[in-house]
Design a protein around this ligand. Structure first.
Ligand code: NAD
Length: 309
């Protein structure tokens, strides 16, 4: 029986390392390894577990003669040369479902935080002020929420929104599941229709060639109700300058963003705005999500190397 050995090349939750040990997977943990060093040693390993830091491009993968599995502990696969990995017969996995609940709950938090000015009210209070009148907000009940991208997270956001007595519009390039239509979710045919009707727009589609800059000034001009916009998906889906322009001109009332066009975000025009609520890409940062992702990694490894462990 062949001995399987892996390498973990980014800092990961301790739970993952404990589980790997408990389940008998051999691995080296080198969370600071340089690209050059990895390229030198990668041929020793059968699987690799990475997060966002490690770049598995052609220069590294060319030496990966024994590698059969790449696991991205997390979601984004943009740090992996997927075409080349495929060409070499290396399977690539990620752990997206582990983060659904965390991102959906943060989205709810951001929606309510934005409607009630929670961020700005906090800042005002800790700066010694008591500005009750300044912070008149809006209730979620009775509003129309457009969910753009109705996959795992979009659907979970819909579940969480339902008790709030809102109208939920769903836009996706694939059909909205009947089970959600039965629960009252209204599918819309076009993104324009969603933007026109919404009081709140929340984005849950992936970043692709088609979705980059999809939310831009021209589209936001179609909004009839001065909506709030929430983005916990990927920053580049919303054109940065257009968002600032739409916020400044009052086309949209406010924006809550967990993700940014450039991260970390440094643009003072955005950072200084009062009608924004900003978090540093913390969507997946819950203890539970990290643990669920660790279990998903183990499941993948067990499936891939069952006979060899
Ligand atoms: P998913 O694949 O389950 O759902 C994405 C949905 O978007 C799919 O239903 C797909 O058909 C739809 N879609 C794709 N292209 C579209 C388009 N052009 N127009 C409309 N809809 C389109 O993914 P998910 O697990 O729900 O995650 C959604 C996104 O959330 C991810 O792509 C990721 O970028 C982001 N995310 C962010 C964090 C964070 O930390 N903030 C964490 C996890 C995921």
């Amino acid at each position: 029986m062949k001995t399987v050995i892996g390498i973990v090349t980014d800092p990961v939750h301790p739970k993952l390392l404990t589980l790997l040990e408990e389940k008998g997977f051999k691995f080296d943990y080198l969370p600071d390894i340089s690209k050059e060093e990895l390229a030198r040693v990668i041929s020793n390993y059968n699987y690799i577990i990475i997060r966002g830091r490690t770049r598995l491009d052609r220069e590294v993968l060319v030496n990966a003669s024994n590698l059969s599995v790449i696991i991205r502990y997390g979601v984004g696969l943009d740090n992996i040369d997927l075409d080349y990995a495929k060409e070499k017969g290396i399977k690539v996995y990620n752990t997206p479902s582990a983060f659904t609940e965390a991102v959906a709950e943060l989205t709810l938090g951001l929606i309510i935080g934005l409607l009630r000015n929670i961020g700005e009210a906090h800042r005002s209070l800790v700066n010694g002020k008591w500005e009750k009148k300044r912070f008149q907000g809006f209730e979620l009940a009775g509003k129309t929420v457009a969910i753009l991208g109705f996959g795992r997270i979009g659907r979970r956001v819909a579940d969480l929104l339902m008790p709030f007595d809102v109208t939920i519009l769903a836009y996706d390039i694939i059909p909205i599941p009947d089970s959600y239509i039965e629960k009252g979710v209204k599918p819309v045919e076009s993104i324009e229709e969603a933007i026109e009707e919404a009081d709140i727009i929340t984005i849950h589609m992936p970043l692709t060639k088609e979705t980059k800059d999809l939310i831009n000034y021209e589209l936001l001009k179609k909004a009839k109700k001065k909506p709030f916009i929430v983005n916990t998906a990927r920053g580049k889906i919303v054109n940065h300058d257009d968002l600032i322009r739409a916020l400044s001109e009052g086309l949209i009332r406010g924006a809550a963003l967990d993700v940014f066009y450039e991260e970390p975000v440094k643009d003072e025009r955005l950072l200084k705005m009062e009608n924004v609520l900003l978090t540093p890409h913390i969507g997946a940062q819950t203890l539970e999500a990290r643990e669920k992702a660790a279990y998903e990694v183990i499941k993948i490894l067990k499936r891939e190397f069952r006979e060899n462990i």
